[in-house]
Design a protein around this ligand. Structure first.
Ligand code: DGJ
Length: 722
């Protein structure tokens, strides 16, 4: 891992663990990216750029009044690092001074290479765990006096290239930024598949793979959060790429607000992928002398299929993004009250839930929505963060948890309020809608204006008071509606299109203040299930509620899709009361996530409770090493229709968990499932038949599952090196 500069060739080489990204300073001063992919010891730039001697762009030179051309440069075709002129392909950024010219003509001024990487006070970022190295390019539009600092960082242990952009206005006048793409990747080919993750509430991040053809494929969210409908994580892959073969490029945006991703196959057969803040409702004033910081973009490359890029992203998230770097740590088994009793509870009922949760083996109890003010249903009191001891006596409930050696957690939804709340009666101006007019409601609530620091501070004070008063060790942070029609009272008409970005910054500000002050608390992110599952949220909260869908068969699809960009350890996964499968299958599926229960434990039969206690033992023994810290191998995709299979292996490869879930009834089928990631020469004993085989056997012959299986029957198998 290193960054070098060959001055004569004007060529930077950014070397990842086994990748190369080359940046070439073209004679025009425009930085190009002639190559990003598998490690290359040297590069012949001219032979790698997609312009040809016959096809190039010309320009009018003001210096000598002539039409001139540059070698190897063809707008909309050559691989640019920071494209800004693009017409049919999409630019990296655009800024307007007057009305007619939003193009920036960025040329090289200087560079520096340093150990470390950019951080930010206001946005989440990838943490340098030691060993990061950065190339910072200073670029300038000399006519407009706009300066851009573009930083490319390589990390020591993985193939990620991180991209940070800061635009500095030196024009002497205000500038309006209208497009800010954090990720840009030009590839000189037009034969790739795009893999993305569309979805909806209760079916988030469904894998979708399609061939890119001429034109622009756009995905994104305009709803103020990264959303259920799309995820700010996409891949471009060889048409025949599999889990373990083929080239795959992966792109993630570290941002939780509205975003846009465009994959454009241009007329000359070059593919450009851009991803950044949604530019539909984005127009941001950068005053003279001020700067605008783009969210961080993450790009990675794998030469060995989807598994190789997932492994890199999992590594990066676990080691450099989530805060309580929980590698090797233990996450307690949790019971959440939501599906067990919704808002219908009182202190005695909660106490009895805590007792039965303890009997089940739970180590944390989380009291979900309904504990505050007169919140007995979702039409009222959201925003009133005061305890209602008549309904739920928190001190008494915590005492009960302590008596059973359990931790206690609370649900909050800081960014929203019901119009029927003390908060909005006292402060209607805090709402991000005009309460004096007709306004849209969703779940009977409205967003608060988090673009206003005063609102964020007021919410902070109220929530901090609760967290200060009680011994709370877990917080579930929810966000239950989209932001369709928002506006901010603190912004004038010209600045209303700053709302969505500023509101996201407000979310981060509150998350930062609360997580810093209550740094022992474990935070779980949530947004009506998995509506804000992104790297930005993971910077503050080490776990996110994956979906409100807890039916384990549906969950297979959701967790499978999510696993391409995010490790199982960050996916909240709970067993609920749904009757589709037996409790063992439900618990086994939840085991491949951050494990817990979403049910009334009092309703479980003795047999079910005993089965759960067995799985809890497996959890205690394997979770930290195998699921929190281990490597994931997707063996059979649930989208194949008949079955699903996965295995995870501890970093030292001494322990593994394997899960097979049958989807359709299969009788008399010969069925061997080949595992991956074991040591070929080590012997492992497996819990399926108690036999001992070499790793090479499990990986080449496979585990023999040739017995009758009915719908949704599963097998959870533990392997231990002997
Ligand atoms: C949506 C969440 O996804 C649920 O788990 C639950 O917390 C409810 N909100 C509570 O209102």
């Amino acid at each position: 891992m290193s960054i070098t500069f060959d001055k004569d060739k004007r060529l930077f080489h950014l070397r990842g663990r086994d990748t190369s990204l080359y940046v070439y300073l073209h004679e025009s001063g425009m930085p190009l990216c002639p190559y990003f992919g598998r490690y290359l010891s040297e590069l012949d730039v001219a032979a790698a750029l997609s312009a040809s001697p016959d096809w190039y762009s010309t320009y009018y030179s003001r210096a000598d009044g002539c039409e001139r051309s540059y070698e190897n440069l063809w707008l909309n075709s050559t691989q640019f690092l920071t494209p800004t002129h693009a017409a049919d392909a999409r630019p990296a950024m655009a800024a307007v001074e007057g009305f007619y010219d939003d193009k920036l003509d960025l040329r090289y001024v200087s560079h520096r290479i340093y150990d470390g990487k950019p951080t930010s006070e206001i946005l989440p970022y990838v943490r340098d765990g030691g060993g990061a190295q950065t190339l910072e390019l200073t670029l300038k539009d000399f006519y407009k006096s706009v300066c851009v600092k573009l930083s490319l960082t390589v990390m020591p242990e993985c193939n990620a290239v991180l991209r940070n952009t800061v635009l500095i206005n030196e024009t002497g006048a205000p500038l309006w930024l209208t497009r800010a793409m954090s990720v840009v990747c030009d590839l000189p080919r037009a034969d790739m598949d795009i893999v993305h993750f569309p979805g909806e509430w209760c079916f988030e991040r469904r894998l979708r793979r399609e061939r890119l053809t001429e034109g622009v494929k756009t995905i994104g969210s305009a709803s103020g959060r990264s959303s259920h409908e799309h995820n700010p994580f996409v891949m471009l892959a060889d048409g025949d790429a599999t889990e373990t073969t083929g080239e795959v490029y992966a792109f993630s945006l570290m941002y939780s607000g509205s975003f846009k991703c465009e994959a454009c196959v241009g007329k000359t057969g070059v593919t450009r992928l851009t991803m950044g803040i949604d530019d539909g409702r984005f127009r941001y004033e950068v005053r003279n002398g001020e700067s605008f910081v783009f969210p961080e973009g993450v790009t990675t490359y794998g030469a060995r299929g989807f598994e190789s890029v997932s492994a890199d992203l999992h590594y990066l998230i676990r080691n450099n993004i989530i805060k309580d770097n929980n590698v090797g740590a233990y996450r307690s088994i949790l019971v959440n009250s939501w599906e067990g009793c919704y808002m219908d509870y009182d202190t005695e009922k909660v106490v009895s839930l805590v007792r039965s949760a303890a009997k089940l083996g739970a180590e944390t109890f989380v009291l979900d929505d309904g504990w505050f003010a007169n919140r007995n249903d979702d039409t009222r009191a959201l925003g009133d963060w005061y305890e209602n001891a008549d309904k739920a006596d928190i001190a008494r409930i915590i005492d009960e948890c302590r008596a059973h050696n359990m931790r206690f957690g609370l649900w909050i939804e800081p960014e929203m309020a019901n119009p029927d709340s003390e908060l909005l009666r006292a402060h209607p101006e805090y709402a991000a809608v005009n309460l004096d007019t007709d306004f849209w409601l969703s779940r009977h609530q409205v967003p608060l204006n988090f673009a206003d620091d005063e609102v964020v501070n007021a919410v902070y004070e109220r929530i901090a008071a609760v967290l200060e008063k009680y011994d709370i060790e877990y917080v579930k942070w929810d966000h239950n509606r989209q932001l369709e029609d928002c506006r901010a009272r603190n912004l004038d008409g010209a600045h209303q299109y700053e709302f969505y970005h500023r509101n996201t910054l407000g979310y981060y500000r509150l998350a930062k203040m609360l997580t810093q002050r209550f740094d022992k608390v474990h935070f779980q992110g949530c947004a009506s299930g998995g509506g804000r599952f992104d790297l930005g949220t993971l910077f503050y909260f080490p776990e996110i509620w994956t979906s409100d869908e807890n039916d384990p068969v549906q969950r297979l699809f959701i967790q499978y899709g999510t696993s391409f960009g995010y490790p199982p350890s960050v996916m909240g996964a709970h067993v609920n009361a749904c009757g589709v499968t037996d409790i063992k299958t439900k618990a086994a599926v939840a085991l491949f996530g951050s494990y817990g229960f979403e049910l009334d434990p009092r309703t479980l039969s003795e047999r079910e409770a005993a089965e759960i206690r067995e799985i809890n033992e497996i959890y205690r023994k394997y979770h930290a090493e195998v699921v929190l810290d281990g490597d994931l191998h997707r063996l059979i995709s649930p989208f194949d229709g008949k079955a699903f299979a996965v295995n995870m292996v501890s970093k030292d490869k001494t322990k593994a968990l394997f899960l097979y879930v049958n989807l359709l009834k299969q009788l008399r089928a010969r069925r061997f499932v080949k595992l991956r990631g074991l040591k070929p020469d080590a012997y492992y004993i497996n819990s399926l038949d108690g036999k001992k085989h070499k790793g090479e056997h499990y990986m080449n012959v496979g585990l023999n599952l040739s017995f009758d299986l009915s719908e949704f029957e599963s097998r959870l198998v533990m392997l231990n090196e002997v």
